[in-house]
Design a protein around this ligand. Structure first.
Ligand SMILES: C[S@@+](CC[C@H](N)C(=O)[O-])C[C@H]1O[C@@H](n2cnc3c(N)ncnc32)[C@H](O)[C@@H]1O
Length: 415
């Protein structure tokens, strides 16, 4: 119920539901260009396989179940997923409306469901209803299985271990052979809550989560907001629940992969609510994607402060921070040389970090190729490319160990 109150406050405040691409709101550029993209990127190959066998070969249509659907963002995400990237192609959607038999979204919050209904309720195959997944998977009598049981943005962290296990048992039983479960949690070792890191996961299981990040810094401490518990997760903890659930359901719940999402751009990187080293990194990265707006690059660099006793976490995060900062530095150098009208822009420093090597190459190519183009090429082209390059570093230097704001597992039901 606390969670319901907290989401309702966020809606009342307005910023949680605005469909604007502003810089500090629910749909900021990090959400659309980083987070939604990363989820789609990892889910796509598995969904593509289902589309091939079920739609292309057998002429059947797809069924999606979105648990904790909120305002129906899952429908938007799934229906806008791209199949290929051929430039000459116009409509690249993987799942077109006529391929969908049903998208069902459930949520506890009536206010969010009302908004979902306003946005997507007109589609015949879309259906929203109030439902609670804390007592297992809400189902109607004889309800057919789904191809994908979908969750997003940490939704499954609302569950206790027992609730989660029951939910996995139900999805395992209800799903058919090949059904997918997208299990989205809050990562245990996100830098955003470094103060909560513990060696023994049993010591701290939950974060007392507060949605204060939508407020400007100066207002943040003066508003009274509800908080609610969110389960912090590592892959090992998810595996443990899955193993037990699979045994009880009599199926295999096969983990296809885990990925970390938002290692330095999670919502709480800026608040300092659970970390003594807040930085406006999300805002800065969002600004890279804002057309017509130039970003102050020195503020884009990560000032990673290690926490003693957490060696593997520090190593991984420092490695990403170093590559990220080196790329920002190199881009600044490129821009200076560009301004001096030099014929040849400087080559990047040597590195054995492959994703960084590629990111360097892309930035150099972007500046080389941008000479003589129209518009504010820094704001609209170079910065956007730097945003994508940083995203690619994040994606290629993560290993799905629970170091991001989000820890996501893609799980398959095998029968
Ligand atoms: C992190 S939000 C995600 C919302 C949305 N899917 C999105 O992409 O923005 C989690 C959602 O789960 C809902 N929720 C939390 N506990 C729930 C429960 N036990 N049953 C159903 N919905 C729940 C909340 O109301 C909230 O809308």
């Amino acid at each position: 119920m606390d969670a319901d109150k907290a989401y309702t406050e966020a809606i009342r405040h307005g910023r949680y539901s605005e469909q604007i691409k502003g810089l500090r709101c629910k749909y900021d550029h990090v959400r659309t260009q980083f987070e939604d993209f990363i989820t789609k990127y990892y889910l796509r190959p598995y969904l593509e396989e289902i589309v091939k066998t079920k739609v292309d070969k057998s002429g059947e249509s797809l069924r999606f179940y979105d648990l904790g659907c909120g305002t129906g963002d899952g429908y938007e995400l799934l229906s806008k997923m791209a199949r290929g990237t051929r430039l000459s192609q116009f409509d690249t959607r993987l799942v077109k409306d006529d391929m969908m038999d049903q998208y069902k979204g459930i949520d506890l919050s009536v206010s969010l469901l009302k908004e979902a209904e306003n946005l997507f309720g007109d589609y015949e195959h879309v259906n929203f209803c109030k439902g609670d997944f804390s007592n297992g998977l809400p189902l109607d009598e004889g309800e057919e299985s789904y191809d994908l049981y979908f969750t997003s943005y940490g939704t499954l962290s609302h569950c206790t271990n027992e609730e989660l296990e029951k939910l996995f048992v139900d999805m395992g039983k209800h799903g058919h052979n090949g059904s997918l479960i997208l299990a989205d949690f809050i990562g245990r070792y996100s830098y955003e809550w470094q103060n909560l890191w513990t060696q023994d996961p049993e010591e701290v299981s939950y974060i007392d989560y507060v949605i204060n990040y939508l407020y400007p810094e100066e207002e943040r401490d003066n508003v009274e907001l509800s908080s609610f518990p969110m389960r912090l997760m590592t892959p090992a903890e998810v595996f443990k629940v899955l193993e037990s659930a699979a045994r009880k359901a009599g199926v295999e719940l096969k983990v296809l992969r885990f990925f970390d999402r938002s290692l330095f751009v999670g919502r709480h990187i800026e608040t300092g609510t659970y970390n003594g080293n807040p930085q406006n990194l999300r805002l800065m990265v969002s600004s890279l994607f804002e057309r017509g707006l130039r970003t102050y690059f020195p503020d884009l660099k990560v000032n990673y402060k290690p926490r003693e006793g957490f060696d593997w976490q520090n190593e991984s995060l420092q490695r990403l921070a170093d590559s990220w900062n080196a790329l920002v530095d190199y881009t600044m150098v490129l821009m200076e040389h560009y301004d001096s009208n030099e014929d040849l822009l400087p080559y990047p420093p040597p590195t054995d970090v492959k994703p960084l090597e590629k990111a360097y190459r892309v930035m150099r190519q972007t500046l080389e190729g941008s000479k003589g183009l129209y518009g504010d090429i820094r704001a609209d082209l170079i910065e956007a490319q730097l945003g994508y390059a940083i995203r690619s570093l994040e994606m290629n230097l993560q290993q799905g160990h629970g170091l991001g704001h989000g820890l996501v597992g893609i799980i398959q039901v095998v029968k």
